[in-house]
Write a protein that binds this ligand. Structure first.
Ligand code: SAH
Length: 475
């Protein structure tokens, strides 16, 4: 795999001073599983390109298996590691360009703080979650992105796309910023690491993320992926990035980010479908006062605000941090007085009776129930069906049967770390039918997403209508 860094800064060959690598020589450094070679395909004062080429030894890779070992027995023989940019590339950046990464330049120290126009190209970058994740990670840092996704096999286009991209990024920043972004975000795209992640990685992440990670909107996703989804380490890092008491609340928030990012691309689209399906049901029911319970970052609220029919919209979540993000995303601070009157965000838990949830025509719980322990569901049922009693109630949840169609399917593995359960269609329907009977609702079920004849759709939705409301319509 190859990383090229080009600049048109004048004089462009300043790049060689910054990288501490002579433009006329090919140099090599050792990394744990092979070598990294540094050379310059082009050098002039107008344009200069430095290339970092990794030469990974597949046998060395097998020998350097970490303490966790491989889950997949054949992985030692069949894996993409020698051919893609991954955490090996970060290790190579740290070794080959260490002084630049640490913001040092012996011969021309004044260059360290100069923002230069850079274009970088990564020949093969695996991106879990596809182009949407690339945008989520790089756009907030000011990068222009040009990504080409490669098909699984050009001879069989019907197999669809692989997770491999050729990526070109451009930005005008300092070289140290550029290298620190790449150091952290390459393994975050890949979502895998060649070594066992421990406490030291938290330090590395915080050091490399200094000055930009704290304010990055996808910081929870970055931290979790970088630390290989180890919650305790991720919380440790977030504890430094955020203030301490926010961290307790950041855990449920992580799930909201997961919904947005830590999944393959088709599911990103499916989330849009779910949100739209919930909105459509609320519209169809003629609801005017609506509530989004477990609103997360306010994605549904944003859609609801665009519909004049909804006169008042309440968003509730247990996570204060999510609500802050929602407030930011919805630009509540900059809303007109009239719009502000239409919306309220409150912190609360669905497992407690809450008078603020009473008197709504329509309520949505989009991908929320599976985040509660099954033992706490009874409390949610009472607070929603017995006390809040909305006219119409839309609930969506994953359809567990569909999981067999995921490329990385493992029996019993749920879609996200924070899911406490995932139900089959039968289980969800049985639960919903019982509730409808007990609390006098009619219920219908709808699939969300394309329906597979065997296992159904990715997500499932129940639409409950309170019987007295339905009867009122016919009187
Ligand atoms: N509905 C949003 C977010 C789904 S993620 C969307 O579709 O984008 C699940 C959300 O449920 C998280 O924001 C989490 O904080 C929230 N949540 C989990 N338990 C909750 C509880 N007991 N009460 C209220 N919200 C809860």
């Amino acid at each position: 795999m190859l990383l090229t860094i080009s600049t048109t800064h004048f004089p462009a060959d300043d790049l060689s001073y910054l990288l501490h690598k002579h433009p006329g020589k090919i140099q090599s450094v050792d990394i744990s599983a092979g070598k990294a070679h540094i050379f310059y395909p082009e050098v002039s004062n107008k344009r200069c390109t430095a290339a970092l080429l990794l030469d990974i030894d597949p046998v060395g890779l097998v020998r350097s298996v970490g303490p966790k070992g491989n889950d997949f027995a054949l992985e030692q023989y069949v894996n993409d590691r020698p051919y893609v940019s991954s955490s090996f590339m970060s290790a190579a950046i740290a070794k080959a360009y260490s002084s630049a990464l640490n913001g040092k330049c012996k011969d021309k120290p004044e260059l360290v703080d100069v923002a230069m126009p850079f274009t970088i190209k990564l020949s093969v970058l695996p991106v879990k979650g596809g182009e949407a994740i690339l945008k989520l990670l790089f756009e907030p840092l000011g990068y222009g992105i040009n990504a080409v996704q490669h098909p699984l096999d050009p001879a069989f286009p019907e197999w669809g796309n692989s997770r491999y991209f050729t990526v070109e990024l451009s930005n005008t920043i300092t070289l140290q910023q550029l290298l620190s972004h790449l150091y952290v975000l390459i393994p975050v795209c890949d979502n895998d690491k060649h070594y066992w992640v421990n406490h030291e990685e938290v330090e590395k992440l915080l050091a490399k993320g200094k000055d930009w990670l704290e304010t990055h909107p996808a910081r929870e996703l970055i931290v979790r992926r970088y630390l290989k989804n180890q919650r305790s380490l991720a919380n440790e890092a977030l504890g430094v990035l955020l203030s301490k008491d926010e961290v307790e609340e950041a855990s449920p928030q992580e799930t909201a980010i997961e919904v947005a990012g830590d999944i393959e691309e088709p599911q990103l689209r499916i989330h849009e479908l779910r949100l739209n399906a919930a909105k459509e049901e609320l519209l169809l029911a003629g609801a005017k006062r609506v509530a989004d319970l477990g609103c997360g970052e306010g994605k549904l609220i944003k859609l609801l605000l665009a519909e004049k029919q909804f006169e008042f919209i309440l968003g509730m979540d247990v996570s204060y941090r999510s609500l802050e993000i929602a407030k930011e995303r919805l630009k509540l601070d900059r809303m007109s007085e009239k719009q502000i009157q239409r919306i309220q965000l409150i912190q609360g838990s669905l497992t407690y009776r809450d008078k603020r949830l009473e008197g709504f025509d329509g309520v949505a719980l989009v991908e929320v129930i599976e985040h509660l322990d099954e033992s706490r569901l009874a409390a949610l049922e009472r607070s929603v069906f017995e006390f809040a009693k909305p006219g119409v109630l839309v609930i969506t949840t994953p359809n567990a049967e569909y999981n067999v169609l995921f490329a990385d399917y493992q029996q019993g593995k749920m879609r996200h770390n924070d899911h406490r359960f995932e139900w089959t269609r039968k289980e969800f329907e049985a639960w919903s039918n019982d509730l409808a009977l007990k609390y006098n609702y009619n219920v219908i079920f709808k699939p969300v997403g394309d329906v597979d004849p065997e296992v159904g759709a990715l997500s499932q939705m129940a639409v409950f209508s309170r019987q007295d409301k339905v009867e009122e319509q016919f009187v």
